[in-house]
Design a protein around this ligand. Structure first.
Ligand SMILES: Nc1ncnc2c1ncn2[C@@H]1O[C@H](COP(=O)(O)OP(=O)(O)OP(=O)(O)O)[C@@H](O)[C@H]1O
Ligand SMILES: [Mg+2]
Length: 309
């Protein structure tokens, strides 16, 4: 296993809704290893975007810590964070909303370098052309505006802008869910190629289990702001433990051969407990929120399966 790039401990983010407090994420603990792609999956409203935005300190955590390469981001103020911003970037679901329609594509990609006062204007222009090539766009894209492009091309521009500062961590939040299915695979493959080329670490957020399967080395399952299970991809998809993970997997159409054989029945998910669940290490780097009896049952079932095979 590579070294830990991000260490998240007991992370919680809350929103005020009128007189009420809404705990969007609560008590989340996990690590991200350098060079890996960690998928975060969960239904709408489970807290995926809030988790991503909190890790990158676009939101202030209510509680908990975020260590990035040993540096504590959680307590930094805006000025201190500015120094670190170039090391972590986010790619959003809707590139049209996240990219300025008034600027030329070249300016959009150059902007982060201008903000960080990096390189000379000439060097920045060269860097923009280099990035356009990296993301598979022609040189002529430089002079165009974003509305002249298709959804897939816009996402390529967003990727170029995110990568132009040579970040170490990229959080991609539903980067293909606004795109046609035919274009999705192209963008996913581009993200994979760029990960290898630039030695990137990804947190890949999606509600789509087949997309997460395609992109991730490990997968974490979020439900109602809590992390319920986290393990290597094959562990999660072939050996899900938590009833919620089983139910989520059971909802995938069995068209993808990788998903066949998962016959779990959908189950009722219990209401959110008043406290965040505690993840238990069941071996094989597989962590699940479960009580002692559930873990015992799981271990017994495993023994039975072993003796039968
Ligand atoms: N800025 C905000 N102010 C108030 N509540 C918010 C805010 N952002 C998110 N929430 C609430 O926090 C919860 C988690 O939202 P979040 O957007 O993180 O979920 P998500 O898993 O990304 O959902 P989706 O799949 O729809 O993008 C939701 O109940 C949402 O209404
Ligand atoms: Mg979201």
């Amino acid at each position: 296993m590579n070294k830990k790039l991000v260490e998240i401990r007991n992370l919680s983010t809350q929103f005020k809704k009128g007189a009420n407090i809404h705990k969007a994420i609560e008590g989340i603990t996990f690590d991200v290893y350098e060079g890996e792609s960690l998928g975060i999956v969960g239904e709408s409203g489970s807290g995926k975007t809030t988790l991503g935005r909190t890790i990158l300190r676009l939101l202030t955590p209510f509680h908990g810590t975020i260590q990035f390469d040993g540096i504590d981001l959680s307590s930094m103020d805006a000025k201190q964070l500015r120094v670190w911003r170039k090391d972590f970037q986010m790619i959003f679901q809707n590139p049209y909303e996240s990219l300025s329609p008034r600027l030329k594509v070249g300016e959009i990609i150059e902007e982060p370098m201008v903000i960080q006062k990096m390189l000379t204007p000439k060097e920045r222009t060269n860097k923009v052309y280099e990035m356009l090539e990296n993301v598979g766009l022609p040189k002529s894209a430089y002079q165009k505006t974003i509305h002249e492009f298709s959804g897939g091309q816009r996402q390529r521009v967003a990727i170029a802008r995110a990568l132009v500062m040579n970040p170490r961590l990229v959080i991609a939040d539903e980067p293909v869910s606004a795109l046609d299915v035919s274009v999705q695979a192209q963008i996913l493959n581009l993200l994979k190629e760029l990960q290898t080329e630039f030695n990137l670490t990804y947190i890949f957020i999606s509600h789509d289990l087949s997309v997460v399967h395609h992109m991730s080395d490990r997968v974490g399952v979020l439900n109602k702001g809590h992390m319920l299970e986290i393990a290597a991809k094959n562990e999660i998809y072939q050996n899900p433990i938590h009833p919620y993970t089983k139910s989520l997997l059971a909802s995938i159409p069995k068209v993808n051969p990788m998903m066949r054989g998962l016959e779990a029945e959908p189950v009722e998910v219990p209401p959110q407990p008043p406290y965040p669940p505690h993840l238990i290490d069941i071996g094989n780097d597989h962590y699940v929120a479960a009580d002692v009896i559930e873990i015992q049952n799981y271990r017994m079932n495993k023994q039975v399966h072993k003796s039968e095979s």
